[in-house]
Design a protein around this ligand. Structure first.
Ligand code: ADP
Ligand code: MG
Length: 264
């Protein structure tokens, strides 16, 4: 029993319910609905995506597979906010990318997404450390703090002893590790990778996959494109594209979830 004031009038004997606290609203990490992408090439146009719908929850580890030309990179570029759909919706952690301008999209990308490419895309004649510092430059992180975080990211990928090396002084696997350090230095919740092991031999590939497993175990959402079954086996979910459409989306109990014991 309690007395409460309703519109300034004392009302007795009212059971006061606590104000309902809304559950924290959570959105899927990524959600696409009917996404299409058409590239115009002069008179011809190429329909790279023909209506793609799927949702990825936070903390999933997804492999995207499909033949060359099936639209994997196009899909990944849209997921990574490097490109936008021709039609359809893409909602990134509750943000519909149609609602934000290019500047904001770049900010969101920088804050939420780490991107790893097949060809590493490191800046030549620039040390591993400076390459990894770059996203922090864009994020406005200054001086010592920037250096500290870049060193920490390089340490996480097992390259603490290579920070002053130039890309051409590193093996392919090491260059990709620098690229992963660059992708995670801003601590993004989502890591996207387009054939990250495509240019690597099998031993470097498995080292790289150990790192992705660790990033996933730390709670990050990981999506990676591969056409190797061996690499896809690290994922609990496999999405297969054919001719710009999802033709398969399956989960499996058996996948390589083993802890990465230490950095390679
Ligand atoms: P995947 O990564 O699966 O090999 P892509 O997404 O790169 O496939 O390409 C899908 C289709 O879109 C292909 O036919 C490709 O030639 C075409 N395509 C990709 N990027 C462009 C572009 N920038 N301009 C024109 N066509 C493109
Ligand atoms: Mg591709």
């Amino acid at each position: 029993m309690a007395a409460v004031l309703v519109a300034g009038v004392l009302v007795a004997d009212v059971v006061v319910e606590p104000a309902p606290v809304p559950d924290e609203v959570t959105y899927p990490a990524l959600a696409m609905r009917d996404v299409t992408k058409t590239y115009a090439l002069g008179a011809v146009s190429v329909q790279a995506l023909r209506g793609v719908s799927f949702t990825v929850e936070h903390g999933e580890h997804v492999a995207i597979m499909g033949a060359s030309g099936s639209g994997k990179s196009t899909l990944m570029n849209i997921l990574g906010c490097l490109d936008i759909p021709t039609t359809g919706r893409y909602v990134l952690d509750g943000i519909d990318v149609r609602d934000v301008d290019e500047y904001d999209l770049a900010q969101i990308r920088n804050r939420m997404i780490g991107f790893v490419f097949q060809s590493f895309n490191l800046i030549p004649r620039t040390s591993a450390l400076s390459n990894v510092e770059l996203p922090l430059v864009y994020a406005g992180v200054k001086g010592k703090e920037r250096r500290r975080r870049a060193l920490e990211a390089l340490d996480q990928v097992g390259l603490a002893d290579r920070v002053e090396h130039m890309p051409n002084e590193l093996s392919g696997g090491q260059q990709q590790r620098v690229a992963i350090a660059r992708a995670i230095v801003t601590n993004p919740a989502i890591v996207l990778a387009d054939e990250p092991t495509g240019n690597l031999d099998s031993s470097a590939s498995s080292e790289i996959m150990q790192i992705f497993v660790r990033l996933h175990n730390e709670g990050r959402t990981v999506l990676l494109i591969t056409h190797e079954d061996d690499i896809a086996r690290y994922s609990a979910r496999v999405i297969v594209l054919r001719d710009g459409r999802i033709v398969e989306d399956r989960r499996r109990e058996e996948y390589r979830r083993h802890e990465a014991v230490s950095a390679p």
